[in-house]
Write a protein that binds this ligand. Structure first.
Ligand code: X2X
Length: 345
């Protein structure tokens, strides 16, 4: 090819590219609908976060990016522990997911399930919004999924149908439904309970039929799922772990968007996550914890552990913490411990 012909062709190609947006060519790669996976739907703070994100993206991209919600982890037939792989593979385009459900694929995410690591919300914020949160995002990125923002399912409290739990001995022999990671089996086994792993979809019928005696989830989840109606009469506020959520996008989908749209999706995730965290904490951060009052008004017997009672549970589960620390990454856990200590000064 002669230099001049080459240049003419190159200039023409560049011009076409520059014109592409107005011709609608750039949009050719966009799907008519993007699929967002969620475990819990819009009746829950979790699903609300997904909805807020989707709405902001649709609005700010003038409908170029149109997201449909798939609650109940329906894109992986309700199997929460397969969600992360499905995002990586593109079966799912984006998600707001729990660190617990993704921890089988990303070991570092077990950090949040270490019993009694997070004494309060300030500790949670110091970890996820600080250096540790950044480190974990790098790990998720390396594992093949693009993380954009931290949200929150909440502090997981324990409920059951038998009797009030005030001391580790009260859990003895209780059948407790647990989630995703083997760490949970260790925690509940050491407390003398009989943990059994199942999806959220299977958990509710299991409670209704008394196949299990108890479960652990944030109060907002308990209330929206109406667990009092499946016999969960006793609730203990032990705050043994905080379950963060992560707003993510499949990498190929991300690469198919223009830089301007990528920036919109990211900012929308950050804005939605902030709103989502406020929704998840509503009624728990105000004086008198109105959400706990609401729970009691449903006839639920609530036990709020004092510091000494809580310490008894922390002491009883210390060996699980020690066993899992190196599996999660000693450096990462050290970093988290330091951030938490600094947040308490
Ligand atoms: O299954 C659960 O307990 C839930 C809904 O909280 C999660 O997906 C982690």
């Amino acid at each position: 090819m002669q230099l001049r012909t080459f240049l003419t062709t190159a200039v023409a190609a560049a011009a076409t590219l520059a014109l592409a947006p107005s011709l609608g060519l750039a949009q050719a790669k966009y799907k008519s609908e993007y699929r967002m996976s969620l475990v819990l739907g819009t009746a829950f703070p979790w699903g609300k976060g997904g909805e807020i994100w989707a709405d902001k993206v649709r609005e700010r991209t003038q409908g170029r990016i149109n997201i449909k919600l798939y609650p109940g982890t329906s894109l992986v037939q309700g199997d929460q522990t397969r969600e992360f792989s499905a995002i990586r593979q593109g079966v799912i385009d984006m998600a707001v997911g729990s660190t617990i459900n993704w921890s089988p694929q990303v070991k570092a995410l077990n950090l949040f399930s270490l019993p009694f690591l997070f004494p309060d919300y300030a500790a949670v914020d110091a970890v996820v919004q600080g250096e540790v949160g950044k480190e974990i995002f790098k790990t998720i990125d390396k594992a093949g999924v693009l993380p954009l923002a931290w949200g929150e399912n909440g502090y997981r409290e324990i409920s059951n149908s038998k009797h009030a739990i005030k001391a580790p001995g009260d859990l003895k022999g209780m059948k407790i439904r647990v989630v995703g990671s083997p760490l949970f089996l260790d925690t509940f086994t050491i407390l003398g309970a009989n943990p059994t792993q199942m999806s959220w979809a299977d958990a509710q019928p299991a409670m209704a039929s008394s196949a299990v005696d108890g479960q652990e989830n944030p109060i907002a989840v308990y209330m929206a799922a109406k667990l009092q109606s499946v016999g969960q009469k006793y609730m203990t506020l032990w705050g043994y772990m905080n379950d963060p959520l992560i707003f993510v996008v499949n990498k190929e989908v991300w690469a198919s968007w223009t830089p301007a749209d990528q920036a919109i999706v990211k900012q929308a995730a950050l804005d939605a996550a902030k709103e989502q965290i406020a929704i998840a904490r509503k009624g728990l951060v105000e004086p008198g914890k109105p959400l706990v009052k609401e729970l009691e008004s449903l006839g639920v017997s609530v036990t709020d552990l004092d510091a000494a009672q809580r310490k008894a549970f922390a002491d009883a589960t210390k060996s699980v913490y020690t066993k899992w620390k190196p599996q999660i990454g000693t450096n990462l856990v050290d970093m988290a411990e330091k951030s938490i200590a600094a947040s308490r000064k």
